[in-house]
Design a protein around this ligand. Structure first.
Ligand code: GLC
Length: 612
């Protein structure tokens, strides 16, 4: 059968490497490897004809997701439209936002409380009842594909909820299931892990282990106590999780965001992060997908500094993730908003720009998580900036506790021991819109919108895929209602996970409102971005001197097309003393400018395209 041949051809291409990696990780695992092959074959057979056609199309055009028209948006199904059927009904709006890739936050079955916003999955084969069914998911994905929108879903692979069937059986004492997690009779080994393994949630969920009174056992819980770490030393865990991943792919999911991936392999005496075995596992997942569903992409969630992130792309011969988050750039952008000094951001841009252009980064300003201040402190030292006091300053600035700051963020996991705290809040609230509205300061509100738009323009100037956070397109503010919900009150990330305000969104049609300016401003940027080839990933990008600490200049060049972008990170009028001579048109204002002495309005942006 022709179908069989396609599968075998793909399997044959990867079989040796896959088996080699598998048996290296799982000594004597040949039998389990055969099981994995059966799973792949089964899922391959199940994959429907439409998806197979899409696979074929994408195999023929492996660059399909790299276009300058690619814009993503991440959202919570319930906050946006109640359930999956609701999201389907709202696809017109999503299209109106210019979105070509829809990232739906975790929607698989998870407990009512103790679910970490869906990141504690209790059944990987079912959608959470209140959100719909697997058929609804398939149906939504189908409609998205019809509209040329791809769907991204989290694959929460590091842990399961304590209510997952495996966890329940493990707790009850079934050895087979205990072997899928990390169980210990006493504190001896856990205490050794604790010596080298840092904490993810030092305040909201201290420690990496949880004592189960009923079972008289410790279980490893790197994240929340109700999220039990899976043991990937057990080949069954790997096989069954691969099966779960393929099942999601067969429901039309195009992009799998492999959640918290650096954490999936644990080793005593290490930090239990980014171990070499993690890369073997990601590489294997990549090959498994290329065999069964080559149209799908892996997006790695690696919230670390560039040196740790980049290895997750793998190599040209042995690729791992297709896409990774540009997390340090995101944090550096916010640092720049607070300091009004672009030197670190410029340095960060130079680091990113020196990487191979094949790498695809997902650029973002805000997401469902907090902002961790993972900046390059070694570099900041030369500017006399020290880590602990600087984090204090950033947090003071973004919580509005700094002279002149209108920002309204909330602290997250404020750890008195390390003096470390992270930060939550929506883009608009962090840009000062909420504070300005509170104080009925019209001029400050306009400035906040200018700043917000400037940040979006900056994100869209970077190579890669811009990922909007739902609500940001209408300047949605913080939502404090989570404080009234005992299950959420301790987790300030919910401040930026509020209900989507459809009434406010309606203002996007009313000139003079913040919603109008933001919505149309962002749409205009997207339009320009997809019109000019210079925004393609293939462009060479560099920074250029502006001789002003508040001004960042990025130059993009491709096939003779040149664009000089300038961003003003201050609320003052400035001049960019750039030396990029030539007559240009500022695509944003339509003005004709010379690539020298460029006047910059407060929080202004220039996208200057050189005239032929
Ligand atoms: C990822 C998610 C975060 C979640 C954690 C544990 O980092 O982005 O929201 O809490 O994984 O699953």
């Amino acid at each position: 059968m022709a179908r069989e041949t396609v599968f075998n051809r793909r399997l044959n291409r990867h079989r040796d490497e896959l088996k080699w990696l598998y048996c290296e990780l799982y000594e004597g695992g040949a039998e389990y490897f055969e099981e994995l092959c059966r799973i792949m074959e089964q899922r391959g057979r199940e994959r429907d004809a439409k998806l197979k056609r899409l696979d074929k199309k994408r195999e023929e055009n492996p660059e399909w997701y790299k276009g300058n028209d690619m814009v993503g948006m991440m959202m919570y199904t319930d906050a946006f439209a109640g359930n999956l059927k609701g999201v389907k009904k709202k696809l017109d709006y999503i299209e109106e936002c210019g979105v070509r890739c829809l990232h739906l936050m975790p929607l698989l079955d998870s407990p009512e409380v103790d679910n970490d916003g869906g990141y504690a999955v209790s059944d990987f084969t079912r959608v959470k009842k209140s959100l719909g069914t697997m058929e609804d998911l398939k149906d939504l994905a189908d409609e998205c594909h019809r509209r040329d929108i791809s769907v991204c879903l989290d694959f929460v692979m590091n842990h399961t909820s304590q209510e997952h069937e495996w966890a329940v059986r493990a707790r009850a004492g079934e050895q087979e299931y205990r072997d899928r997690y990390f169980f210990f009779d006493n504190w001896d080994i856990p205490s050794q892990y604790e010596k080298t393994c840092p904490q993810v949630f030092p305040t909201t969920a201290p420690g990496n282990f949880t004592w189960l009174e009923d079972a008289q056992q410790y279980v490893m819980t790197t994240f929340y106590p109700y999220q039990w770490d899976l043991n990937y030393r057990n080949p069954r865990v790997f096989n069954l999780m691969a099966d779960n991943l393929l099942n999601l792919a067969n429901h039309g999911v195009d992009i799998l965001r492999i959640d918290a991936v650096p954490y999936i392999w644990k080793e005593l005496g290490t930090s239990c992060r980014n171990l070499p075995q993690v890369h073997s596992i990601v590489r294997m997942l990549r090959m498994i997908c290329e065999v069964v569903c080559p149209g799908i992409l892996l997006l790695g969630e690696v919230v670390m500094e560039p040196a740790k992130v980049v290895p997750y792309f793998g190599t040209v011969e042995k690729p791992e993730c297709h896409m990774l988050y540009n997390v340090t750039t995101m944090a550096s952008i916010w640092h720049t908003v607070a300091t009004g000094n672009v030197s670190l951001l410029r340095h960060q841009m130079d680091v990113i720009n020196s990487l191979p252009r094949e790498y695809v980064f997902l650029n973002y300003l805000r997401c469902h998580d907090d902002i961790g201040w993972g900046l390059e402190y070694a570099w900041l030292k030369q500017e006399n900036i020290e880590e602990v006091p600087h984090k204090k300053f950033l947090n003071a600035y973004f919580t509005g506790n700094w002279p002149g700051s209108m920002a309204r963020g909330e602290l997250y996991n404020d750890d008195p021991a390390s003096g470390d705290a992270r930060l939550c809040g929506t883009t608009a609230s962090l840009c000062g819109l909420e504070g300005a509205l509170d104080q009925q300061d019209k001029a400050a509100a306009d400035r906040a919108v200018d700043c917000d738009l400037m940040l979006h323009a900056c994100m869209m100037t970077l190579s890669g895929i811009p990922m909007l956070y739902s609500g940001d397109e209408i300047g949605q503010l913080n939502d404090y209602s989570y404080k009234e919900n005992p299950a959420k009150a301790a987790d300030s990330r919910y401040v930026h996970r509020g209900q989507f305000r459809w009434r406010t969104a309606a203002n996007r049609g009313r000139k003079g409102t913040a919603q109008y300016r933001l919505f149309h401003g962002i749409s205009f940027l997207e339009e320009l971005r997809k019109t000019y080839r210079v925004f393609l990933n293939a462009a060479a990008v560099r920074t250029s001197d502006t001789h002003d600490p508040a001004l960042l200049c990025l130059v993009r060049e491709l096939d003779g097309q040149k664009l000089t972008a300038v961003f003003n990170f201050s609320g003052e009028r400035k001049t960019a003393w750039i030396d990029e001579p030539g007559s240009c048109t500022d695509l944003l204002s339509g003005e004709t400018l010379e690539g020298r002495n460029v006047p910059m309005p407060p929080y202004g942006v220039r996208w200057m395209l050189y005239n032929e």
